[in-house]
Structures are given as structure tokens and as C-alpha cells.
Design a protein around this ligand. Structure first.
Ligand code: ADP
Ligand code: MG
Length: 262
């Protein structure tokens, strides 16, 4: 089991990227668990034809949920969970993440489903304690940051990476690299590559801006399933290659070595 958290600024393309990555891995026969950690609770919509899932927090408010209430197996095989968030204006947004993680463990979700990949889709505008959960403890093995070349997106990426670096000292998740999700701003790849040099990281995959992404979104599906022969699908499969490679490398080195022996 390899666990990866995808962080990034709101609206930058985390859920789209995570869904397409999950679908590409599932198509290769892997068991993938995707956990939406955004209070918006729309992470897994491209697996469900656009339908919303009951969130873990909603299910907990309504009673005593079982695994079948909070984990949905989508038609493409991806196991979907949405942590959810508090009632607007009340409570902490990161609380859904903590509650979801606790409940999945209590209900032995990992033993039951035995996922090869766990993908956390996490909002990274504010890296408070709750939103940092997936990069702490034994949750994520590695973190990828989704960013465009826009200043605010790179600013959020930099904050997320600082949080990862802080936790890494304690032997928690390590940074895998960036997913460049292009917005077609001027000299975008140049801006991202200079950012990589400054921040000492690299790009795992570059996803071009593509109208197919939105066409697929309108149909509530991934590009992988709706336009499998497109160049955009090739890019998402290349990202899946990168993540598969990272998982192999990580398991070879072992969690301890991968965290610099911390
Ligand atoms: P986030 O999860 O980071 O908030 P989403 O994945 O929901 O962001 O993406 C926000 C919007 O951007 C969606 O409408 C999505 O279809 C669009 N989008 C994301 N990536 C691309 C892309 N590579 N090309 C075109 N549109 C994209
Ligand atoms: Mg999202």
C-alpha cells in the first residue's frame, strides 16, 4: 500500500488530477482508495457521474455509519470517500479529515479493501493542523503539489512544501514533486521550472489545459474513461507511471530510508 496526498490551492485542479490518476491506476488493475479531504466534498465526482457522496461527517451526524455507508465503489472500480466539512460558519474545516481518518481506521477499511494506492485530495490554501493531517503521522508516504504557473498557486505550493519539510524532520511524509496543471499564463513552464530550482524540487508530470477535461467533467467522468485515446489521457497515464514508479522506489527503500532515516 502506497499512500500519496495531492495538495494545492483551491480550484487549481487537484480533484481532476486525482480522479484521472485514480482511474488510470484502477484501469491497470490496482485497487485505489480516493479520499476527498476538501470540505467542498466534490473530490470523487468524476467517478460517480457527477453525483455527490454522503460525507463521513454527515454520516456521523446522522448516526453510527458502517464501511458501506462511507465507502462507495465506483463503476470504474475506484473506492471513494468524502470526508466532508462542518456546517458553514461552525467548527473547524480540518475536522472532517480527522474524523474520516479515525473512522476508516476504526472500521478497518484498509484491511477490508486492501488498497494498493490511497490518494488523499487535500485543499492546501491554509495548511492548518487539520489540513496537515494527511502529511503527518503514518497517513501519506509522499506528497505531490498540484500547481499552475500563477503566482498565488506557486505561493500556496511554497507554503505546502514548507509544511511538508517541517514534518519530514519528524519522519513523516516526504515531498515527491509537483504536478504542473497549466493555465496558459505567459512563460508558464519557465516560471514553474524556476520555482523548482528555487525550491529544490521537480515536476512529475505536466498536464496541458485541455477542453477535454471540461467535456469529461460535464459528463461526470474522467478523461481516462471518456477520451482514452487522447493526448490528455496519455498525460494522466504518464502521471500514473510516475506514481507507480515512486511507489516501487518507496517500498524498495522502505519507509525509514525514504524519510532520510529520520
Ligand atoms: P480543485 O480540486 O483543486 O479545487 P478541480 O479539480 O475541481 O480543482 O478543478 C477546477 C476546475 O478546473 C474544474 O472545472 C476542472 O474541470 C478545471 N480543470 C482542471 N484541470 C484542467 C485542465 N488541465 N484543463 C482544463 N480544465 C481543467
Ligand atoms: Mg477539489
Amino acid at each position: 500500500m502506497y499512500k500519496m496526498a495531492l495538495y494545492g490551492k483551491g480550484g487549481i485542479g487537484k480533484s481532476t488530477t486525482t480522479c484521472n490518476l485514480a482511474a488510470a491506476l484502477a484501469a491497470r488493475g490496482f485497487t485505489v482508495l480516493q479520499i476527498g479531504c476538501d470540505p467542498k466534498a466534490d473530490s470523487t465526482r468524476l467517478h460517480t457521474g457527477g453525483a455527490s457522496l454522503p460525507t463521513v461527517l454527515d454520516c456521523m451526524r446522522d448516526g453510527d455509519p458502517g464501511l458501506g455507508d462511507i465507502v462507495l465503489r465506483a463503476p470504474n472500480g475506484v473506492l471513494c470517500v468524502e470526508a466532508g466539512g462542518p456546517i458553514p460558519g461552525q467548527g473547524c474545516a480540518g475536522r472532517g479529515i480527522i474524523a474520516a481518518f479515525d473512522l476508516l481506521e476504526k472500521l478497518h477499511a484498509y484491511e477490508e479493501y486492501r488498497p494498493d494506492f490511497v490518494l488523499y485530495d487535500v485543499l492546501g490554501d491554509v495548511v492548518c493542523g487539520g489540513f496537515a493531517m494527511p502529511m503527518r503521522g503514518r497517513y501519506a508516504d509522499q506528497v505531490a503539489v498540484v500547481t499552475s504557473g500563477e503566482m498565488m498557486s506557486l505561493y500556496a505550493a511554497s507554503n505546502i512544501m514548507r509544511a511538508v519539510a517541517g514534518f519530514q524532520k519528524r519522519g513523516y511524509a516526504q515531498l515527491l514533486g509537483l504536478v504542473a496543471n497549466l493555465r496558459n499564463v505567459e512563460d508558464e513552464e519557465g516560471k514553474i521550472s524556476r520555482f523548482c530550482v528555487e525550491e529544490r524540487t521537480s515536476v512529475i508530470a505536466t498536464v496541458p489545459r485541455s477542453s477535454l477535461v471540461q467535456d469529461a467533467e460535464d459528463a461526470g467522468a474522467t478523461v481516462i474513461e471518456l477520451f482514452p485515446d487522447s493526448l490528455t489521457a496519455d498525460v494522466y497515464r504518464a502521471l500514473a507511471d510516475g506514481v507507480e514508479g515512486a511507489a516501487r522506489e518507496y517500498s524498495k527503500r522502505g519507509a525509514c530510508g525514504a524519510n532520510g532515516g529520520a
